[in-house]
Design a binder for this molecule. Structure first.
Ligand SMILES: *Cc1c(COP(=O)(O)O)cnc(C)c1O
Length: 451
C-alpha cells in the first residue's frame, strides 16, 4: 500500500509540474489514445501499481489543464496545495459524513467551516448549512428550505403532503438567472417556466424598479455574480422590498459571494446578507477539489425540516447531525478540504486570492483593449467579455485560441453578440500567465485578420 501511494504522489506531482509546458486542452491524439483504457472487464485481478500506471500514462495527457494557471473557461478554480493534500488524506480516511457517529472528525469540521464561513460572509451565526456537490445542488437545497417555509406559513406541510393541492408559490427571477437555478426549481416541482422574469440592465443586473407585486408566498431569486459579466443584482434594495411583503429571498452567489472575503470587493454584495438563503460554490473561487459547495439558510429549522432524513429529527440535545441538513445520507467528507483551504489561506490569504484574480481580469481587459479589441462588460470582478469584431471573427479567434493551447477560453452570447469569456478564478494564475495568455490571444486574433 505504502509504495503504491508514494508512487502515485510522485506521478501526481510530475503531472502538476508538467502543466507549465503542456497544451491547456489535450490534443485530439491524446483523446484518441483513451481507447487504451477500454476493452472488456478483465477476467482476473491486476496489480494496483500497473492499474495506476496505465491510468496516468493514458489518462493524464487527456485531461484539461484546469489545475494550472492558464485555464480561463467557464468559472473554474484550481486546487490549493493544502486542499489537494487534505483531499488525499480524506481519501485514505474514507469517512462517511452522514452522521456524527460515523465520523466525529467529518461532523466537527463541517461545524467549524460553517462558523468560519458565516463570519467571513457576514451572515447570522445561527444559520444552518448543508455541504453539497455544487451550486446546482446548493440552489436546490436553499430553495427547498424556502418552499418548506413559505408553504408552512400557508398551513401546508410539503414534506408530508407533497405539492399536489398545495397553495401556489410565486417565483421571481432576474432575466439573467443561471440555468442551474431553473433546474433546481424544476426538481422542486416549482417549474422552470412558471417563473416571473424581471428585466435586467446592461450589465445583467435584475432591475429592482421592475419587480412585480410581491407577497408572503413569493420566492425572489437574486444573483451575486453574473456568470458573463460578474455583475451583482442590487440585493439590498430587492431584500428590503421583498421582506416588506413577507417574501423569501434566495441568493445564487456561486462565485460572486467570495467577494465578501475582500474589503475592496465586499461592497458589491451590499445588502445580500439580509437574504434568507445563500448558495455558494467552493470548487470555484475557494479552489478546493471537485465537488464542493454550501447551502446556507438563515433559519436553520427550515433547512432541517426540508432535508431531515426522518420526521423524528428533533431529538433534544442531539447536536448537528449532517444528514438532516443536506439531500444525501452517505457523503464524502467535504469539510476536510474546506477546513484545510480556509485554514491555510486565513483571512488575508483569501482576500489576496480574490483581489489578485480581479486585478488579473483587469490586466486582460487592458491588454486586449490596448490591442484594439472591444471589452463588452464593466470589469467589476473576475469576468471579462471580449469581442474580436464580427460574430464570425470572434468565433474563429476563440476556436484558434483553444487549439493553440497556450490558454483556454470559451465562447458565450452577450446581448445577442458572440463574445469570448475570460474567467480568472484560480489560485495558480500568475501575472506572467496572464501576460503570456493575452499575448497569445492578440497574436492569434491579428494573424487571422491579415490573412
Ligand atoms: C457555476 C454556477 C452555478 C452552478 O454551479 P455548479 O457548481 O456547476 O453546480 C450556479 N450559478 C452560478 C451563478 C454559477 O456561476
Amino acid at each position: 500500500m505504502k509504495k503504491l501511494l508514494v508512487d502515485t504522489a510522485e506521478r501526481a506531482a510530475r503531472y502538476l509540474a508538467e502543466l507549465e509546458n503542456r497544451h491547456v486542452a489535450p490534443t485530439p491524439e491524446d483523446v484518441a489514445r483513451l481507447q487504451a483504457l477500454s476493452g472488456p472487464l478483465p477476467q482476473s485481478p491486476s496489480d494496483p501499481s500497473q492499474v495506476l500506471a496505465l491510468l496516468d500514462d493514458i489518462g493524464s495527457p487527456a485531461t484539461v489543464a484546469t489545475a494550472g494557471g492558464r485555464y480561463f473557461g467557464f468559472v473554474i478554480g484550481g486546487s490549493l496545495p493544502a486542499a489537494l493534500a487534505a483531499n488525499w488524506l480524506a481519501g485514505a480516511w474514507d469517512q462517511n459524513s452522514a452522521m456524527q457517529v460515523m465520523s466525529p472528525v467529518a461532523a466537527k469540521l463541517e461545524e467549524i467551516v460553517l462558523s468560519w464561513m458565516v463570519d467571513l460572509f457576514g451572515l447570522p451565526s445561527s444559520s444552518g448549512a448543508g455541504f453539497v456537490t455544487g451550486t446546482t445542488m446548493a440552489n436546490f437545497t436553499g430553495l427547498a428550505a424556502a418552499r418548506t417555509a413559505l408553504l408552512k406559513r400557508a398551513g401546508w406541510n410539503v414534506e408530508e403532503d407533497g405539492l399536489f393541492g398545495a397553495p401556489p408559490i410565486h417565483v421571481v427571477v432576474g432575466d439573467e438567472v443561471h440555468v442551474s437555478l431553473l433546474k433546481a426549481l424544476s426538481m422542486l416541482g416549482l417549474g422552470r417556466s412558471r417563473v416571473t422574469r424581471v428585466p435586467a440592465d446592461a450589465q445583467g443586473r435584475m432591475r429592482a424598479d421592475a419587480l412585480p407585486p410581491l407577497d408572503d408566498r413569493t420566492l425572489v431569486c437574486v444573483q451575486a455574480g453574473n456568470v458573463n459579466t460578474g455583475a451583482f443584482d442590487p440585493a439590498g434594495e430587492i431584500c428590503a422590498r421583498a421582506h416588506d411583503a413577507g417574501s423569501w429571498v434566495h441568493v445564487d452567489g456561486a462565485f460572486g459571494y467570495w467577494a465578501a472575503a475582500s474589503p475592496k470587493y465586499a461592497p458589491l454584495l451590499a445588502g445580500a446578507g439580509a437574504a434568507d438563503s445563500w448558495a455558494i460554490d467552493c470548487h470555484k473561487w475557494l479552489n478546493v477539489p471537485y465537488d464542493s459547495a454550501v447551502a446556507i439558510v438563515r433559519t436553520a429549522e427550515h433547512l432541517q425540516a426540508a432535508m431531515a432524513m426522518t420526521a423524528a429529527y428533533l431529538t433534544p440535545g442531539a447536536g448537528r447531525e449532517p444528514w438532516h441538513f443536506a439531500p444525501e445520507a452517505s457523503r464524502r467528507a467535504r469539510g476536510v478540504e474546506l477546513w484545510a483551504a480556509m485554514r491555510s489561506l486565513g483571512r488575508s490569504g483569501l482576500a489576496e486570492l480574490i483581489e489578485r484574480n480581479c486585478l488579473q481580469a483587469k490586466l486582460f481587459a487592458d491588454r486586449l483593449s490596448a490591442a484594439g479589441f472591444t471589452i463588452l462588460n464593466d470589469v467589476v470582478l473576475n469576468q471579462v467579455l471580449v469581442s474580436f469584431g464580427s460574430e464570425e471573427e470572434t468565433r474563429r479567434v476563440i476556436s484558434n485560441i483553444q487549439s493553440d493551447g497556450t490558454c483556454w477560453c470559451g465562447g458565450t452570447q452577450w446581448h445577442g453578440q458572440a463574445a469570448m469569456r475570460i474567467s480568472v478564478s484560480s489560485w495558480a494564475t500568475t501575472n506572467e500567465d496572464v501576460e503570456r495568455s493575452a499575448a497569445a490571444m492578440i497574436r492569434i486574433a491579428k494573424q487571422g485578420s491579415q490573412a
